[in-house]
Design a protein around this ligand. Sequence first.
Ligand code: FAD
Length: 400
Amino acid sequence: MTIGTAAKNTSEQQLVDVTVVGGGMVGAAIALALSQAGLQVALIEKVAPAEFEPDSAPDLRVSSINLASETWLTALGAWPLLQQMRLCPYQRLQAFEQPQSIVTFDATDIKRSHLGHIVENNLLQLALWQHFPANLTLFCPASVVALSQTSDSTLLTLDSGEQLESKLVIAADGGNSQLRKLAGIGTNGWQYQQACLVALVNTPYPQQDVTWQQFTPTGPKAFLPLPGQQGSVVWYEDAPRVKQLAALSPKQLTQALLKAFPAALGEVEVVSSSWFPLARMDANSYYAGRVVLAGDAAHTINPLAGQGVNLGFADAKLLTELIISAHQQQQDPGSVDLLNAYQRKRKPANLLMMSTMDGFYQLFGNDITPLRNLRQLALTVASRSSVLKTLVARYAVGSE
Ligand SMILES: Cc1cc2nc3c(=O)[nH]c(=O)nc-3n(C[C@H](O)[C@H](O)[C@H](O)COP(=O)(O)OP(=O)(O)OC[C@H]3O[C@@H](n4cnc5c(N)ncnc54)[C@H](O)[C@@H]3O)c2cc1C
């Protein structure tokens, strides 16, 4: 990768094919895919990912990465670099209300070795950055202060005063996307009543191959395995309660966890914790002029079933395939037809997943009697139907 310098006045402008704003997991994957295909790509990111230290505590922000995302990241060459750092495969996914009636979805049901991996967000981002080719121009630390567009190109002004002209800008700068606002794209959605506490814990068990979620009337409680004898615990409750929990010392939080979580958790010990508000957001349009949104900049989803970044990678894969194909045919990467084709496929798919998660949230997150009966029925049917179990397992890996 090349460290970027750009012109400070328009007469010196060089027109790049694509500028990606935001080098998180989604933006970095897009920048990598496009530069590998020979496009001229600039990437603007505020903060570079921290280097990997094998003895360091895992990042608190972890994600469950499904097989569909893994396959694409492998094709990009980043997955093997991540494997050399740290990640934890899981073979089984369990859901239950009462510990005596657990429904297990198993990778062997769909003849796979695993359903997915739990990865640290920072390490996945780092693996993508480590694989950037020489023709990618990186501006970091940098952010955008202004955007203007003509019918043929976009002009970004960076906080350094430098200016970058591109045929297309991809905004992958997260849920609070500044680029989305600069492009004038509105959003709709809401903040959920619930928030979630995430804790890194030491567990008494050897590395586990199962991720589980217990549904309770006050919200789900989940465990995600990490390499070695560690795991990530996710505790959903009303936001004020989550803030109270987040203010506890690790010792106090350990006690609270042991009291509230099912025995399957074991005698864990909290290492560190943080809390996250939960919001649903859907951009009104996925593009405006020559600015197109991907990942959390376009949509945020309840993390209940760990789908957010997997949807972002699905956006990234389709968008980069369309752009690479246009580039190979010497066509405009920012044409309305291309951006429309992207939006037509990805917006309904993302909305469907968001609404499915909201259905789960309603069904499993309260104690209204008819809904309690319905979810008990749903779990009983799931536990007895091998067809349904196979369907859920296929859904979990990212293929319908
Ligand atoms: C508690 C929790 C658990 C989750 N668990 C899962 C899970 O198990 N599986 C899953 O698939 N998803 C999960 N998610 C969702 C997942 O974390 C997000 O979908 C994912 O991080 C989005 O990636 P992104 O690259 O689109 O955006 P981000 O990760 O937000 O990255 C945006 C990047 O843009 C940079 N940036 C921001 N503004 C600017 C600017 N103005 N200029 C330059 N750079 C900028 C930021 O520094 C950052 O690097 C979870 C989310 C939460 C809150």
